[in-house]
Design a protein around this ligand. Structure first.
Ligand code: THU
Length: 140
């Protein structure tokens, strides 16, 4: 993990993510998240969507990835995440890491903002070494 300085490009993502947070549906946790994934077809957005049946909740990262796949994206460059928290140690949950690993490389950047704009950079490989891969479904 690296704390990095925000350049103009990051400033834009931070502003877009903050705007997106207003669509987050969190009547239960009140913990808002929003994600943007940059792909070969442009940027796709997602927010967390909770449900009265708690385990059916979808995280922002998976919402963004599924939106991108649903719209035909094939290459996934990087993911940007924000939460409503002031903490600097928020990272994607385990389920999202495995979903990200289906579409991104281990050196793909994952950028995480807190609500004040502090920015941390991770790689997917740092967050989930030894992810389960498609090829492991087969004997050879
Ligand atoms: N959440 C995310 O959207 N992404 C994560 O990586 C961690 C958790 C959401 C799910 C739920 O709506 C709320 O945060 C509290 O767990």
């Amino acid at each position: 993990m690296k704390t990095i300085k925000k350049t103009k490009q990051f400033e834009q993502y931070f502003n877009d993510l903050k705007q997106l947070l207003k669509y987050s549906y969190v009547p239960y946790s009140k913990f808002k998240t929003a994600a943007i994934v940059a792909t070969d077809l442009g940027n796709f957005k997602g927010v967390n969507v909770e449900n009265a049946s708690f385990p059916l909740t979808n995280c922002a990262e998976r919402s963004a990835i599924f939106a991108a796949v649903s719209n035909g994206a094939k290459k996934f460059k990087e993911l940007y995440l924000i939460s409503s928290s002031e903490r600097d140690d928020i990272t994607p949950c385990g389920a999202c890491r495995q979903v990200l690993a289906e579409f991104m490389e281990s050196n793909s950047p994952i950028y995480v903002f807190n609500i004040k704009g502090n920015l941390c950079k991770y790689t997917l490989g740092e967050l989930l070494p030894q992810s389960f891969k498609q090829k492991q479904l087969f004997n050879k």
